[in-house]
Design a protein around this ligand. Structure first.
Ligand SMILES: [Zn+2]
Length: 287
């Protein structure tokens, strides 16, 4: 083959590979303390659209210590508490050197990708290390988190965004984590509206048609009566919803766990998940 033609073909091949990797993006939306049965009972058209056209599991399991710090850390590191060592919301000595936030794994392979984390409950960020998150924001109210997320999701050079709302958990602690608690269900409906706004903003991205967004909606734990934290099904059963072109639609038949979230995100972004990392999660719901 003519050398020039060969070089041109090689260049095009390389360019298409680069743009392909660059098109993969992840949005994770977390609703603190949202029971899956309550989510299904509440009027949540935005979230319904995602699971009805995506992959889902309403029997997903979170950490047996079903408190926020432990569960969010499992979700974002891909390992259970025996490895990440966060065993209370005090976050004493998290083992982030061995089991860092998944943003760090992304950055190690793709330093140019832009990562963002916007949360209401500040301790979620305790496991972030220098350089992990390009954008790291804490806002005191869910509406404020939503505003910030809406603005961030439109940024041209954004690749991964994690958002966590907190008011549903608060409503559960005050009014009961129960299908009989209309205030708890109302707050879930409010969260659905807020997530709907973020997803609407996502779709206005200039290059949205050429991007491959994986949207994951999930929670850290459930609850019963006015609390959570125990190793009982009402507290440890959560939901996992994945939506986007790379998803295998329908109910996920295998077991899904909270630690699968980080690994699924890594997998979607094309980050090579190495054996020596000893992650507990697996990719869930992707083709
Ligand atoms: Zn929580």
């Amino acid at each position: 083959m003519n050398r020039k033609i060969y070089a041109i073909i090689l260049m095009f091949g390389l360019l298409s590979t680069i743009s392909l990797a660059g098109n993969k993006k992840v949005l994770i939306l977390g609703i603190d303390g949202c029971r899956p049965d309550a989510l299904l009972a509440a009027n949540t058209p935005n979230i319904d659209k995602l699971w009805q056209n995506g992959a889902y599991s309403f029997t997903t399991q979170t950490d047996e210590i079903s408190s926020s710090g432990i569960c969010w850390t499992g979700m974002l590191t891909g390992v259970w508490h025996d490895k990440h060592k966060v065993v209370s919301n005090a976050y004493k000595n998290p083992n982030i050197e061995e089991y860092p936030h998944f943003f760090r794994r992304i950055k190690a392979q793709y330093p140019d990708l832009t990562t963002a984390s916007i949360v209401n409950w500040k301790p979620i960020h305790n496991i972030l290390q220098e350089g992990d998150a390009d954008i790291q924001k804490r806002r005191l109210f869910d509406w404020w988190v939503t505003c910030k997320a809406k603005r961030t999701v439109k940024k041209q050079n954004l690749d991964v965004l994690f958002v966590a709302l907190d008011a549903v958990d608060h409503a559960g602690h005050v009014n009961g984590f129960s299908l009989d608690s209309s205030k708890y269900l109302k707050q879930i409906e409010k969260a659905d509206k807020q997530l709907g706004k973020i997803i609407k903003a996502l779709k206005t991205r200039k290059n949205y048609q050429n991007e491959d967004w994986l949207v994951i909606v999930t929670t850290d734990h459930g609850g019963s009566a006015y609390g959570h934290g125990k190793n009982i099904p009402e507290h440890t059963t959560i939901f996992y919803i994945a939506h986007g072109p790379s998803v295998s639609k329908g109910k996920i038949m295998e077991d899904v766990n909270v630690v699968d979230v980080a690994v699924t995100a890594l997998h979607h972004l094309g980050v090579e998940v190495r054996e020596e990392w000893q992650l507990d999660g697996k990719s869930a719901g992707l083709k």
